[in-house]
Design a protein around this ligand. Structure first.
Ligand SMILES: NC(=O)c1ccc[n+]([C@@H]2O[C@H](COP(=O)([O-])OP(=O)(O)OC[C@H]3O[C@@H](n4cnc5c(N)ncnc54)[C@H](OP(=O)(O)O)[C@@H]3O)[C@@H](O)[C@H]2O)c1
Length: 261
């Protein structure tokens, strides 16, 4: 994994993925649209949506109305598990809803049935080769499932998006991704965190930030892209404001120690 200026990671095919993105699960309708507009205005250049979130149209409209060029915003969407076998049609629907010709990252949202796992991955590679997705990856895959894809076709997913937080930190699993050249992207950083934890509180006080910012910065110290969701205007801003301080190696190790793994 190559890190660019501490703010992005490079995916295969020279696709730069910003390390902090806006998660958009449950951000639907006008609240979703407004949150994405606020995020783009605050400087986010990475949006995480999915067919299942039912908000691709709002996300796409917010990008268009932002005045940013399409190429400035990294957009991820995902194939629902029940749509294995209908990959091409589902991506076409996503692109139509988003109002774009391509996504930056298309993920298999959850592993499909074992007997179609490889076929779905083959269809993803096809869509990428046709230019509908700049990069392709998976989500919620275990290491054995990643290896099945690699062993069958020689190509690893660019990304595996999984639940990650200090309480879930698993150095072996992170290393397994790195060894395979796969970027581990973390989701639900706060849902698995106690934001009143005394250690996080003490570190937050050192830097004059919130515990949520410490959790996000901890992801960055590990080179893990992270996609916090918020519909709260000030949180949208502070969740991206994590590039002005750095954690020491000791602080990172102490936060690693919150892991229940
Ligand atoms: N691939 C998958 O299977 C999968 C699964 C789950 C999630 N995801 C993705 O990951 C994204 C993030 O995960 P998530 O939505 O489950 O959870 P999350 O980002 O861990 O947590 C969101 C919750 O934290 C609150 N929050 C946000 N910023 C905060 C802050 N600075 N301080 C305190 N609380 C804060 C939000 O409240 P407010 O909104 O009210 O501010 C919301 O209740 C999703 O939106 C989705 O894009 C992917």
């Amino acid at each position: 994994m190559t890190e660019l200026d501490g703010r992005s990671v490079m995916l295969p095919g020279s696709v730069a993925m910003p390390l902090v993105g806006l998660g958009t699960w449950q951000l639907r309708g006008s609240r979703g649209y407004e949150s994405v507009r606020r995020a783009l205005a605050a400087g986010y250049r990475h949006l995480d949506t999915a067919t299942m979130y039912g908000n691709e149209a709002e996300v796409g409209r917010a990008v268009r109305d932002s005045g940013l060029d399409r190429g400035e915003v990294f957009i991820t969407t995902k194939l629902p598990p029940g749509r294995a076998g209908q990959e091409e049609r589902t991506l076409a629907e996503s692109l139509r809803a988003l109002g774009t010709d391509y996504v930056d990252l298309w993920l298999v949202h959850w592993p499909p049935r074992s007997d179609v796992l490889l076929r779905t991955w083959g269809r993803f590679r096809q869509a990428r080769d046709q230019g509908f997705a700049r990069s392709i990856g998976v989500s919620n895959y275990g290491t054995a499932e990643l290896d099945r894809l690699i062993d069958a076709g020689g190509e690893a997913p660019a990304v595996n998006q999984i639940r990650w937080a200090p309480s879930l930190h698993d150095p072996k699993r992170l290393a397994a991704h790195r060894e395979r050249g796969i970027v581990l992207e973390g989701y639900s950083p706060f849902k698995s965190s106690d934001l009143r934890d005394p250690l996080l509180t003490r570190i937050a006080e050192v830097y004059g930030v919130t515990t949520a910012q410490v959790v996000l910065r901890w992801h960055l110290e590990h080179g893990i892209p992270v996609i916090p969701k918020s519909q709260t205007p000030e949180r949208i801003v502070t969740n991206l404001d994590v590039f002005g301080f750095e954690l020491t190696a000791d602080e990172v190790a102490a936060i690693d120690g919150l892991s229940r793994n």
